[in-house]
Design a protein around this ligand. Structure first.
Ligand SMILES: Nc1nc2c(ncn2[C@@H]2O[C@H](COP(=O)(O)OP(=O)(O)OP(=O)(O)O)[C@@H](O)[C@H]2O)c(=O)[nH]1
Ligand SMILES: [Mg+2]
Length: 161
C-alpha cells in the first residue's frame, strides 16, 4: 500500500513539474513577441524621421535655387544700370524671347537718345535735334519682329518719371 502511495505522489510531482515548465515556455513566448513588437515600432520611427529629413533637405535646395535666380535677376539689372549714357531695359528679361520687343531708353539730356533712335529708324544722321519734351516713341520693323523704343526726355522735369 505504501509503495502505491509513493508512486502516486511521484506522478503528481512530475505532472506539476510539467505544468510549471509549460507556464514558463508560454511566458518566454509572450516576452519574445513583445520584444519583436518594440523593435518594429523603433524601425517605423526611424523611417519616419528619415522621410522628414529628406523633405527638409528638398525644401532648402528649392530655397537656394530661388535665391540664385533672384541674385541673377539683380545682377542683370545692375549691369544695365551701369551703362554709360543710354540705358535700355526690357520689360520681361527672364521670360522667353518674344517677336515684338519693347525697349525703354533712358539717359541724361543731350546724351544722344533721340539722335540714335532717329538714325536707326531712317538710316540718316540728324544733327540739330530739339530736347525731347515728355517721351518719344519709335517703332522699327526688323526681320525677327517689331522693336518698340520708348525714350523719356532726360531734362530735369522728366527725370522723376
Ligand atoms: N557730336 C555729337 N553730337 C551728338 C551725337 N549724338 C547727338 N548729338 C547732339 O547732341 C544734341 C542732343 O542730342 P539728343 O539726341 O537730342 O539727346 P537726347 O538724349 O535725346 O536729349 P533729351 O531728349 O533732352 O533727353 C543734339 O544737338 C545732337 O545733334 C554724337 O554722337 N556726336
Ligand atoms: Mg531726346
Amino acid at each position: 500500500m505504501e509503495r502505491g502511495k509513493v508512486k502516486k505522489e511521484k506522478r503528481k510531482e512530475t505532472e506539476k513539474k510539467k505544468i510549471r515548465e509549460k507556464g514558463k515556455e508560454e511566458k518566454r513566448k509572450e516576452l519574445e513577441q513583445k520584444i519583436k513588437e518594440k523593435e518594429k515600432e523603433k524601425q517605423e520611427k526611424q523611417e519616419r524621421s528619415k522621410r522628414k529629413e529628406d523633405k527638409k533637405e528638398k525644401r532648402t535646395e528649392q530655397g537656394k535655387e530661388t535665391k540664385k535666380e533672384k541674385e541673377q535677376f539683380k545682377g542683370q539689372e545692375e549691369e544695365e544700370e551701369n551703362k554709360d549714357s543710354i540705358v535700355t531695359v526690357t520689360n520681361t528679361p527672364l521670360e522667353p524671347l518674344e517677336k515684338n520687343k519693347q525697349i525703354l531708353v533712358l539717359g541724361l539730356d543731350g546724351a544722344g537718345k533721340t539722335s540714335v533712335l532717329h538714325s536707326l529708324a531712317s538710316n540718316r544722321v540728324q544733327h540739330s535735334v530739339a530736347p525731347t519734351q515728355g517721351f518719344n516713341a519709335v517703332c522699327i520693323n526688323t526681320e525677327d519682329g517689331q522693336m518698340e523704343f520708348l525714350e523719356i526726355g532726360g531734362s530735369e522735369p522728366f527725370r522723376s518719371y
